[in-house]
Design a binder for this molecule. Structure first.
Ligand code: F0G
Length: 458
């Protein structure tokens, strides 16, 4: 008999989690203004809010922390991390930052000016925030396939080359500081970008004299899908695939809290010294000296080791298998999800789950609240709440799909936890017709409202 698949690690330390009663949860979520960001972690049983900074570090990462070098300038931890980044990505120049959005802040301070256009594939919300904050515009060029959750397309993170060409040919090159490709594309469902697409984007950008940047938070998961879904790459190693991916970019921003498997950290890496020099000024201003940039030496050590583990084939296999496991259960229960499953999460199509709810009532958020009430599972809305208002008209922006994201932290939960999540969603699905109304906003911030918004039941 063929031996079954099992995790590529065993567990050395555990953390207790606690169930609650439905009455407790009703009280807590009301007090939280029906915003799960306002819940305390003790009020949550299974936390799928994000896969960002929530992973479990390995024994090797913890031991690397003990030998961190905390020198202000020139710490060995910095050089160790710089070497690993160069080895994995091929980029010579490197700046640590305290997290991904800090990398965006530093790099965009260097490159983005008022009135600029930044084309990309469904820019992540902080990326878009940093573009719009500078009075520039993010132009979404994602393939249309990403918007149809029933359509099976192996690379729903891809850039639509016609859309990209339309943007590149409509503005002078000086108005387009770069094309940004997010790998994997979080907002469309943790969906990968194919190597073929990365190469084509590079070629097109070259023709227009525009640089290419990767938002690389989940680059290793992207490489996994290239290996799995793109014929020419099935025999290549993850390392080879990652190297080729980055060969098509001029620079990258990284939230290390994802595929770096650390709880905090980020970086920028560059091919050109000139960009590195210019960005260093902003790094010193916003983050810290160039050899620590908001990270302690021990954290840089843990990240250096985390990047090695995060690009390991067996680790990635374990990781993606768990997402596929949850996806498989939900499909078995007929719950509408993004097809095919992506890397870090299962994205439920709340619009198809609760088709009778009007979009003005925040369909995704209504499902997020139901899931919390049902089982103490915390998910997140990637829909109208997150899409926020148009900066000009101040009207709600309605994205193509109202998603609820079940983001799975790395190396944290077992498949038994996934069983609970799936069963909770099945129970809600069985009684979905009883969910008649959604939510209205009581209080909201002028930008990135979903983090702090307060809602009330209609
Ligand atoms: N880019 C992508 C694609 C992201 O998913 C994130 C964060 C960032 C940039 C910003 O990085 O959080 O380190 O500042 N995503 C988290 C999430 C918050 O839940 O998806 P950060």
């Amino acid at each position: 008999m063929e031996l079954p698949f099992a995790e590529s690690y065993k567990i050395k330390m555990v953390e207790a989690i606690r169930k609650s009663t439905r009455e407790e949860r009703e009280k807590w979520i009301r007090e939280a203004g029906y915003n799960v960001f306002n819940l305390t972690s003790a009020q949550v049983y299974i936390d799928l809010l994000t896969d960002s900074g929530t992973g479990a570090m390995s024994d090797r990462q913890w031991s690397a922390m003990m030998v961190g070098d905390e020198s202000y300038a020139g710490a060995s931890s910095y050089y160790k991390l710089k070497d690993v980044v160069r080895d994995i990505t091929g980029f010579e120049w490197f700046l640590p930052t305290h997290q991904g959005r800090a990398a965006e802040n530093v790099l965009f301070s260097t490159l983005v000016r008022e009135g600029d256009i930044v084309p990309g594939n469904s820019h992540f919300d902080t990326t878009k925030g940093h573009i719009e904050f500078r009075k520039a515009t993010a132009a979404d060029c994602t393939v249309d396939a990403a918007e149809d959750t029933t359509l099976d397309h192996p690379f729903k993170g891809n850039i639509d080359l016609l859309k990209l060409e339309d943007v590149l040919s409509s503005y002078p090159a000086e108005r387009i500081p770069f094309v940004i490709v997010t790998v994997t594309c979080n907002s469309s469902g943790g969906q990968p970008v194919s190597m073929d697409n990365l190469r084509a984007v590079r070629e097109m950008a070259n023709r227009y004299g525009v640089p290419v940047i990767f938002d690389a938070a989940r680059f290793a998961e992207n490489a996994w899908f290239i290996k799995e879904r793109e014929k020419l790459y099935s025999d290549k190693s993850i390392k080879e695939i990652v190297r080729e991916m980055f060969s098509y970019a001029d620079a990258m921003t990284m939230s290390s809290k994802k595929d770096g498997i650390v709880n905090m950290g980020g970086f920028i890496a560059f091919r050109k010294e000139e960009w590195f020099r210019e960005a260093s000024v902003y790094n010193i201003l916003f983050e810290g000296f160039i050899t620590y940039g908001g990270m302690s030496g021990r954290d840089m050590n843990a990240l250096a080791q985390g990047l090695v583990e995060g690009t390991d084939y067996e680790y990635l296999r374990t990781r993606i298998r768990q997402i596929e496991y949850l996806d498989g259960l939900l499909r078995q229960y007929n719950i509408p999800v993004q097809t095919p499953v992506g890397g870090h999460a299962v994205f439920v199509d709340a619009g198809r789950f609760l088709p009778h709810l009007p979009r003005e009532e925040f369909v995704g958020q209504a499902l997020v609240v139901e899931l919390y009430l049902e089982a103490g599972v915390r998910a997140t809305e990637i829909g109208t709440l997150l899409a926020d208002r148009d900066p000009e008209t101040r009207e709600n922006r309605y994205p193509a799909v109202e998603f609820v994201r079940l983001a799975v932290p790395r190396r944290v939960y077992t498949n038994n936890h996934m069983d609970v999540v799936a069963a909770a969603l099945k129970n809600i699905y069985d009684r979905r017709d009883e969910i008649r109304r959604g939510y209205r906003i009581v209080k909201e911030a002028p930008i990135m409202r979903h983090f702090t918004v307060e809602l009330e039941k209609i």
